[in-house]
Design a protein around this ligand. Structure first.
Ligand code: ADP
Ligand code: ZN
Length: 640
């Protein structure tokens, strides 16, 4: 598949290379494409000069044009030498007494006696056939060369953003290489976790050999996952800046409208250039546009994106990780990426970039506020508090807007009022895009997540809670509770599964307990809870009434059977009913237990939720302290 792609596009590739020459925009050199144009102009001029000179050399000695009668007179006088008789004209030298021989040319006239006379006078002469071939060459080839030259020249001119068929050769994507990237980790705020994870990449790029000697695993592709504007590009640049390496960037969306073959050629080119400049970073923005799972294309068949994607996979597999080229890619939809991209050796490392919480927002505001004159009354903490849901780009925008508003009022510093006005304006825009949660929704999410967290804290057998957040993450989740396992797990016991079930139900039950009403936010939790209950009954033999039987096809047998009756149930209607009853029983029992817990520890639930509403996310020490309090309280109570 890959080799085929290669062959298909090699011609296009060559053409593009011819047209473009070197494409790295290196700020330290003058623009190479301009150089190239100048070169071709010079070649052309030189060719013309040579041609003109050649012309004058062969045909060009100044010949005197004489009349035919003069010529005939010279024939009679026998004064001629080097005579050449061509169909159209007669050339030769005339030797007059006491003078130097003069070249002449005379137009030929119908004269049958000429040959006889020449022979009679003993004048040597030769015939001459005009070189038709050369004439044809000149009359055809020259305009052709001229037009090709014009065409190439136009392509050059048009490539600067023009669209349409003419710009086909030079597709619109610029491989943009940046040296001396000025962005550093100091310019990136509020996403310390992601920064920490990329620190290793920086170390590797700084000294690839040393990292290998120390036996570090060499990263190859890192996928930055996060909503638009959370600073993925900024972070990738900062990695290049910190390591002092070149930064190549390309955006996946730019490949979408391209002619078949061009995208693949671009990828090849990108990697070739990156290898030349190693160590360096390749940044692929909007990876989802390029890396959508193959087969999702409704038109089917090989489309451009697929070829480009294949080429990317080939390149990623093909290069030596020790070469010091690291590929960072950004996406906000990792779920739709082609699974091939996520395999080991490709983008096997994911770095999540969450929307910043209140402290993160304050840190980002601080970074961007450096460039403006802040008034005395400006409190960045307060601004952070009123900008829930803002990502880094929104905050940078906010500071800009506020500064503009201040400037319009001819003030020389930006006041709190300016910030409020700017925030209102931006929130208005975000609300239209449905990106701002109402206070009521925020409360629901806070209690929901606190419910999960509290149940987890009350169950000693579950993984410790590491983070609770109501900052929306990804497309679906409005908040999340993170539990980090303390050890690798290969098996889970029945009790552990039941505990997990309770944690999953915690969110929904918290809504019940506090608001007496439930929201749609628990859909994913309930689905996962049902899956656990179903597996317990049908796969793991964990239901007493159904016994040690499995009621599903094992994955292996699914491949062995030939598609005949693979969906056929191997149990009776009565058993099916029993399975449903068992699943319900498991879920209902868990539900009752959670209800008891949350009612009993309602105070803790409220305390956790209110803290969450204020801080938006709780992690590390704060979470541990909270969990400790709960545990102490619970151990003195009678067990539930
Ligand atoms: P993404 O690539 O995730 O869409 P960008 O990196 O392009 O987002 O962010 C756009 C701009 O927003 C950046 O140039 C920067 O000014 C600002 N920004 C975003 N995130 C941060 C952050 N964490 N710290 C500081 N500035 C940020
Ligand atoms: Zn939930």
């Amino acid at each position: 598949m890959a080799a085929k792609t290669d062959g298909d596009s090699s011609f296009v590739d060559k053409v593009i290379e011819r047209i473009q020459g070197s494409k790295v925009t290196d700020p330290n050199k003058s623009d190479p494409s301009k150089q190239k144009v100048r070169f071709s102009v010079w070649y052309f001029v030189i060719a013309m000069l040579v041609f003109a000179w050649f012309q004058s050399y062969t045909g060009g000695q100044q010949r005197e044009t004489v009349s035919y009668s003069d010529f005939k007179q010279w024939v009679r006088d026998g004064k001629l030498e080097n005579l050449v008789v061509a169909p159209e004209q007669i050339t030769g030298n005339v030797q007059e007494e006491g003078k130097q021989a003069r070249p002449f040319v005379a137009v030929r006239v119908e004269d049958p006696e000429l040959v006889g006379q020449l022979e009679q006078k003993g004048i040597k002469f030769s015939g001459y056939v005009e070189n038709k071939w050369l004439g044809a060459m000149v009359s055809w080839l020259l305009p052709l060369v001229f037009f090709i030259f014009i065409w190439f020249f136009l392509m050059k001119r048009m490539s600067g953003g023009a669209q349409g068929v003419l710009s086909l050769g030079k597709a619109r994507v610029k491989i943009y290489g940046e040296k001396d990237v000025k962005v550093t980790f100091n310019d990136v705020a509020g996403i310390d976790e992601a920064k920490g994870e990329l620190e290793e990449v920086v170390q590797f790029l700084k000294d690839p050999e040393k990292s290998q000697r120390l036996g570090g695993r060499i990263p190859r592709g890192v996928l930055l996952v996060g909503a638009p504007g959370t600073g993925k590009t900024l972070l990738a640049k900062a990695v290049a800046g910190e390591a002092g390496v070149m930064f190549f960037s390309m955006s996946g969306s730019e490949f979408v409208e391209m002619i078949v073959g061009v995208g693949a050629a671009r990828i090849r080119d990108l990697f070739r250039q990156a290898k030349e400049h190693a160590p360096c970073i390749i940044f692929l923005d909007e990876m989802d546009a390029l890396g959508k799972a193959r087969g999702l294309n409704p038109m089917g068949g090989h489309d451009e994106r697929e070829q480009t994607l294949n080429q990317l996979l080939v390149e990623m597999d093909g290069f030596d990780p020790r070469a010091g080229v690291i590929i960072l890619a950004a996406t906000n939809r990792p779920d739709i990426l082609d699974p091939a991209l996520l395999r080991p050796g490709r983008f096997d490392r994911h770095v999540a970039i969450d929307k910043p919480d209140i402290r993160g927002r304050e840190a980002i505001l601080k970074v961007h506020a450096k460039n403006v004159e802040l008034g005395q009354d400006v409190d960045l903490k307060k601004i952070a508090a009123m900008t829930t849901g803002f990502v880094g780009a929104d905050l940078a925008n906010l500071i800009n807007e506020a500064a503009l508003i201040a400037a319009r009022g001819a003030a020389d510093e930006v006041t709190m009022a300016n910030f409020k006005e700017a925030a209102d304006r931006i929130i208005g825009g975000l609300e239209k895009k449905n990106r701002v949660m109402s206070l009521k929704e925020k409360r629901i999410v806070a209690y929901h997540e606190s419910g999960h967290a509290l149940v987890a804290m009350l169950l000693p057998g579950t993984d410790p809670v590491s983070k609770v957040s109501i900052v929306p993450r990804g497309i679906a989740a409005l908040g999340y509770t993170q539990q980090l396992p303390t050890e690798d797990r290969y098996l889970m016991t029945r009790d552990e599964l039941l505990d997990r079930l309770q944690v999953l139900l915690g969110g929904r039950v918290a809504e019940e307990v506090i608001f007496g009403d439930v929201s749609t936010g628990a859909q994913n939790d309930l689905q996962r809870a049902s899956d656990i209950a179903r597996s317990m009954v049908m796969e793991y033999g964990m239901s007493e009434s159904l016994g040690l039987l499995t009621y599903t096809h094992s994955p292996q047998s699914r491949y062995l059977d030939l598609g005949l009756g693979s969906n056929e149930r191997e149990y009776s209607e009565r058993t099916a009913q029993q399975i449903d009853e068992e699943k319900n029983r498991i879920i209902n029992e868990a539900h009752q237990k959670v209800l008891l817990k949350l009612n009993k520890y309602r105070d803790s639930l409220e305390k956790l939720a209110e803290t969450l509403l204020e801080k938006e996310s709780i992690e590390g020490e704060d979470v541990n302290k909270f969990a400790e309090e709960i545990r102490i309280q619970a151990s003195s109570d009678a067990p539930l």
